[in-house]
Design a protein around this ligand. Sequence first.
Ligand code: FES
Ligand code: FES
Length: 164
Amino acid sequence: MLPRTRRVRVALDVNGRRHVLQIPPHHTLLDLLRAHLGLLGTKESCGEGVCGACTVLLDGRPINACVMLGASAHGRSVTTVEGLSQDGTLHPLQLAFVECGAIQCGYCTPGMLLSAKALLDVCPAPSDEQIRQSLSGNLCRCTGFVKIIDAVRLAARRLAAGSG
Ligand code: FES
Ligand code: FES
């Protein structure tokens, strides 16, 4: 008979910091971030991989943390919304979201920011269509999306001009 495994060891980098954790095997990456590391910026809404509220970057690519096991993040690098600002200075995307009024309740915002960052990291001058496509997995029930797209466009312009 196989022994019952109650905890699994997971070693990963989160926002540039190394963590070694023992977590229940059924815990998701979202559980790992919120319950084990106390990083509450990553939100849970649908819990089914549909809404994008739980989006984080895994080795630079956006994924839904609610449908990935925490143990699967072993050896990987995760970026959450808490990792966007540097030394107390907001990321240009965060500033642009505030300036453009792209935030209402804010529940979708961390996921939106990370999907947008993943886009700008590989496509510094995206078209509106590319911005829309990159955010297609992130649902917002408040803003109507127009101001969010404005904000990503503004951040891209500033980053390209070196004024981010
Ligand atoms: Fe993960 Fe909705 S909470 S996709
Ligand atoms: Fe409320 Fe997007 S600002 S869901």
